[in-house]
Design a protein around this ligand. Structure first.
Ligand code: GTP
Length: 672
């Protein structure tokens, strides 16, 4: 079992004992104010810790806190319920009163003089019971403006008073469909947005305030809570204004048409100028004596019952969520520290800048060596585009296929016609059985011309691929320095364009050489030619047997019908010329593939090992007068990232400190 599970079990036992305490206390409970907190000593520090985390705004880091969120339609009586729980007066009335999320922290406090203060916008404003309503209104105006607009910036009200339950709740603006005068048109969307943000997390308990005077199923707050808590397992209903609509209330709360998993508590809040004490007395009288309301089970009525239920639920969710919160804070803190370490530190001198530059350049070079020369792609396991050797081999195979598939100028239907024509045009005043060299070169020139664009296109394609790889590696390694990125990108493009130009002129020359000269020392030429010449008898047989076409091994099917018009000598020379060319063409194509492959390997090695360094260094020196430190000025996005990480680390560190004791407690449970 993990350490958290152990901790959870221990906390669960505490919860159970707390529940027993509460039940016992409920039995002896006096209905007179103040509501005496039965808060378990074990849970109180945990609630304090959660409140501190809330104040630190740890939710900003994506860590949700266990929270009781009060929602209700406008004027359903939310503020009245909260003031009943706190024993103070809150702004109440018709129209929109709660315009910002109000975090209410109620804390039992042994001394008779209550202590009240507001925390908002980073300041603390002390107040007292008589002025708290005004102070809240003033603070709300400061946060959300004087009008009727709303804001998502929370306002915290701390009430330390003898006898109040140790509870933290968040009161949210009441849901209104129709904007009242002075409210923005999209007030519903704004309020709904805030409410959803607070009630969506699984860690939130939804305290749904429903007025007894309405049909619960028509309440917007019910519709919203059902969207995030379908079965109502984290929803508790408080039914206000029981005094106003006692008829059928018992049936309504027992029928539970709207799926309230945590149950209903019917209350009667303060009316008019009643004092808090009077209100509690009236409430107790109402539920004890009213013919209809007195029939509702006593475990479902009255503010004291609500207070007990809430403290119990609060204890449960805190105990359930805290181990996870501790874990998440640790995880996020470690992740942020790691990420911060990955961001290079700010450079303060030329020497530091130079060292950093050399480091960046060295690592970029090593990456390029790996992917372009050695074929190691561990840095780009899932990025196939960067598995360069494999991609280059693919391109080379494709290039070879393209060269071999280029249509021959002599389609089979016209077998030997081109040779005969070229031989006729190359005739010299000479003996008739000589094969003129010029005839061979003429055919060779036409064939080479036919494929001449293929090697050039291939060279261009490969260089643009290498350019892409080079620039992306350089960008990756200099990602923290925008100026350096600009220079290295420029250097990369310039270098590739120079090398591409050289390659193209090299390959154009190679093609030109193949076009105007013919030579090979490769013995395959002779053996292939001989093999093909052995098939001349087959050719003759096809002619003599008056067949229109036939198959010659090594050449394929040929049509010979129109060749019978020529004499034997011409046909022999044409056949010979064709077979020499066939044997030689294989050598030419192989040469074009092999030499281009060698050229690329050599060029890439040159690029990575020599030229890149020269180009980048001269780009840095020439365009920026050697001001390498300026090149390595941190980009604004990195500065922002560092600032954000530092803030996260500070916040998470403080949160961790807040939870220090609790973690120790969990650890002690583990060792027990
Ligand atoms: N009779 C009676 N009136 C109540 C009760 N609870 C609240 N009210 C009255 O209902 C009105 C609205 O109550 P509020 O507490 O301001 O309602 P709210 O939901 O906080 O209002 P908004 O913040 O504006 O949404 C006030 O005039 C209260 O006095 C109750 O139990 N009985």
């Amino acid at each position: 079992m993990d350490r958290f599970s152990n901790g959870r079990e221990q906390l669960k036992e505490e919860e159970d004992s707390l529940a027993l305490d509460i039940a016992e206390e409920n039995a002896n409970m006096e209905i007179h104010p103040p509501i005496v907190s039965s808060y378990n000593d074990h849970i109180r520090p945990l609630l304090d810790a959660v409140d501190k985390l809330r104040l630190l705004n740890v939710t900003k880091e994506g860590i949700q806190l266990p929270t009781i969120v009060v929602v209700g339609d406008q004027s359903s009586g939310k503020s009245s319920v909260l003031e009943s729980l706190a024993g103070i007066n809150l702004p109440r009335g018709l129209g929109i009163c709660t315009r910002v999320p109000l975090v209410m922290r109620l804390k039992h406090h042994p001394t008779p003089i209550p202590e009240l203060f507001l925390e908002f916008n980073g300041k603390t404003v002390h107040t007292d019971e008589a002025y708290v309503a005004d102070a809240i209104n003033l603070a709300t105006n400061e946060i959300a403006g004087d009008g009727k607009g709303i804001s998502n910036t929370p306002l915290t009200l701390v009430v330390k008073k003898s006898g109040v339950p140790d509870l933290t709740m968040i009161d949210l603006p009441g849901i209104t469909r129709v904007p009242v005068h002075g409210q923005p048109e999209n007030i519903y969307e704004q309020i709904a947005g805030i409410i959803m943000e607070y009630i969506r997390p699984e860690e939130s308990i939804i305290l749904n305030v429903l007025s007894a005077t309405v049909d619960f199923s028509t309440c917007e707050s019910i519709r919203m809570s059902q969207q995030v808590d379908k079965n109502g397992k984290r929803t508790l209903a408080v039914v206000t204004k029981s005094d106003k609509a006692p008829e059928g209330l018992l049936e309504k709360v027992t029928a539970d048409d709207v799926n309230i998993g945590l149950g209903y508590v019917c209350v009667r809040n303060r009316i008019g100028d009643e004092s808090y004490e009077e209100a509690r007395k009236e409430e107790a009288k109402l539920f004890n004596t009213h013919p209809l309301l007195s029939r509702i089970d006593k475990s479902m009525v009255g503010i004291p019952v609500l207070a007990k239920k809430l403290t119990q639920i609060q204890a449960t969710i805190i105990a359930r969520c805290l181990p996870d919160i501790v874990r998440k804070i640790n995880e996020k803190l470690n992740a942020s520290i790691l990420e911060l370490k990955r961001i290079p530190k700010t450079l303060s001198s030329s020497a530091e800048a130079m060292t950093a530059f050399m480091g960046i350049f060295g690592s970029a070079k090593e990456t390029l060596r790996k992917i372009l020369i050695r074929g190691e792609y561990d840095e780009y396991l899932n990025d196939y585009h960067m598995h360069c050797i494999a991609r280059l081999v693919e391109m080379l195979n494709q290039y070879s296929c393209e060269l071999h598939n280029c249509l021959e100028s002599d389609p089979r239907g016209n077998f030997l016609m081109e040779e005969i024509h070229v031989l006729q045009e190359s005739r010299g005043i000479e003996l008739p059985n000589f094969l003129p060299r010029s005839a061979f070169l003429t055919i060779l020139r036409k064939k080479v011309e036919g494929i001449s664009s293929v090697p050039v296109n291939f060279i261009e394609k490969v260089w643009s691929y290498i350019e892409n790889v080079l620039v992306s590696v350089l960008m990756r390694h200099s990602e923290n320095y925008r100026q350096l990125q600009l220079s290295t990108r420029r250097a990369g493009h310039n270098l590739i364009s120079k090398m591409k130009e050289q390659s193209i002129s090299w390959v154009t020359e190679i093609v030109q050489m193949e076009k105007v000269t013919a030579y090979t020392c490769n013995p395959e030429y002779m053996s292939e030619w001989k093999k093909l010449m052995d098939k001349e008898n087959t050719f003759r047989n096809i002619l003599e047997n008056r067949m229109s076409k036939g198959v010659i091994e090594g050449i394929g099917e040929v049509e010979v019908g129109n060749l019978r018009a020529y004499n034997q000598n011409v046909l022999h020379l044409a056949f010979d010329l064709k077979m020499r060319m066939t044997a030689y063409w294989k050598i030419v194509l192989r040469r074009l593939v092999d030499s281009v492959a060698l050229h690329f390997q050599f060029s890439v090695q040159n690029l990575v090992n020599k030229k890149m360094e020269n180009e980048i260094f001269s780009e840095l020196i020439s365009s920026h007068g050697g001001a390498i430190e300026r090149m390595l000025e941190e980009s604004p996005s990195v500065a922002v990232k560092r600032e954000k990480l530092n803030m996260s680390i500070k916040l998470l560190g403080e949160s961790k400190k807040v939870l220090g004791n609790i973690m120790d407690r969990i650890a002690t449970y583990d060792n027990k």
